[in-house]
Structure formats: C-alpha cells, structure tokens
Write a protein that binds this ligand. Structure first.
Ligand code: ZN
Length: 246
C-alpha cells in the first residue's frame, strides 16, 4: 500500500509558531459546537474560510463563522487534519477518541466506516473548497480500495449515495467510485437494493458503455491515483506520479 504520509499537493504551510497569531471561532451545527482554530490554517487551506475571514464581511471582523448544516464530527476531523496533515491513526500516536471519531466508532468492520468518513471529508473539502484535503482524502480512498491486501474494502451503498447526493457526477471521487465498480466488479460488495442514487447508476451504466475492455483488476490497478488528482499542470502531476507510483 502506498503511504500518504507527508502529503502532496500542499502549498507552503503557515508559520504557526509566530507570536500574536489570530484565532477564528467556528461554531458547527444546530448544537453550535465551538471550535477555536488558527485563522491562518483555515484561510490557507480553504477558499471558503479565506473569503469568510478576510473578505470584509461581518465574519471577518468578528473572526467567527457558523456552519449550520454541518456534521461536527467531520469538522473536528478537518481541524485534526489542518494541524497534523494526516488522518488519525495509532501509528501517529493520535488520541484514542480521535481515532474512534475517524473510524465511526460503531460496528465490527470498522474500515467500512473509515471509508465513509473519508468520503464525507472529501465532500467537506468540496463544499468548503479545501483542495489539499480533497487530494489527501481521495488518495487514501484510492489506496484503500485498491490495497491488494484488503480487496474487500469498498464503500457501502449509503456512502456511495452520500457522495452522489452531494457531488457532481464528474468530480474525481464520483469517477473513482464508478471506475472501481466497473473495473473491479465490486458491485458484489454493494447490495444493489440499497443503492438509491440514480446518478450513480446512470454513471455506472455510461461507464460500461464507454468501457472497451472486460474490466480486469489488472487493468485498473495500473491506473495511477493522479487520474483522480486535480493537478494544475503536467509538472505537478509528474512530481506527484513519482511519489505515488504503484
Ligand atoms: Zn497526483
């Protein structure tokens, strides 16, 4: 499995050690859960927060933003990612509660919920335009689905529905879900009766029509994760391809 440690596609990191840095307060959901975060981290990684906190609006004066329709669990994981630049894991000595937050904290087969969390983080990255978060999330999803040592790791129907309900069918995550379903024949892992997304089913159908192979796992396995990255130019893609070469 390819490591995502270190992370590509990040710009210069803000100097959090500088004295006198400002903090922003973000309240989340109906329960108004309150998070206090370095402003530079939020504005550095999210176009939404850059506009809200520096755009001259009331929020930028108060340094306070409220996200009404947002799951606070996903926001907390976003904050964790902002500070640590990785997703919670024992190998990073992350706090047990943080890891459980990431895994979903329910069920026996926890990796299924980890993929669901990653999909939700990707959707968060889409909604609040946090490109590096999208990059990290889709890299992790790609590696987990294609991990040869864990071939049964695939999102559940509910997670697929969630992705297609919140994202355009042409976004990289939706393309990845469709490509893996087509190429790996992983529909076996998803109960068709549980899929509700017409957009997903339509996309899979189109993929079958456009596919010109029988769809072997070997063929898909050669596909580089960069196929789902949002690189700005060939040079950036080449640099990333080297790092993530399978
Ligand atoms: Zn790439």
């Amino acid at each position: 499995m390819v490591s995502t440690t270190g992370a590509a596609a990040k710009g210069t990191r803000p100097r959090l050690s500088a004295p006198g840095l400002k903090f922003a307060t973000v309240t989340v959901g109906n329960e108004h859960k309150r998070f206090v975060v370095h402003e530079d981290l939020l504005t550095n990684h999210s176009t939404f927060f850059r506009a809200a906190l520096t755009g001259g609006f009331k929020e930028s004066i108060d340094k306070a933003v409220h996200l009404e329709d947002q799951d606070s669990r996903i926001f907390e994981l976003f904050v964790h990612w902002l500070y640590y630049q990785n997703f919670p894991a024992q190998k990073y000595n992350d706090d047990k509660d943080t890891i459980e937050l990431y895994l979903g904290n329910v069920g026996v087969v926890k990796f299924e919920f980890r993929l669901d969390t990653l999909i939700r983080l990707y959707v968060f990255g889409d909604k609040y335009d946090a490109k590096a978060l999208r990059h990290e999330a889709i890299t992790e999803i790609f590696n987990r689905i294609l991990n040869p040592f864990s071939t049964d790791e695939f999102p559940e129907a509910e997670s697929i529905d969630y992705a297609f309900a919140h994202l355009d069918a042409e976004t990289p995550l939706c393309r990845l879900l469709v490509d893996t379903t087509w190429s790996l024949d992983q529909l076996d892992f998803v109960d068709p009766d549980k899929i509700g997304s017409l957009s997903f089913m339509r996309s899979v159908w189109k993929r079958y029509k456009s596919g010109n192979s029988t769809g072997s796992i070997e063929k898909f396995d050669n596909k580089n994760v960069c196929h789902y990255h949002e690189h700005v130019d060939a040079a950036e893609r080449e640099e990333c391809s080297v790092r993530f070469k399978r």
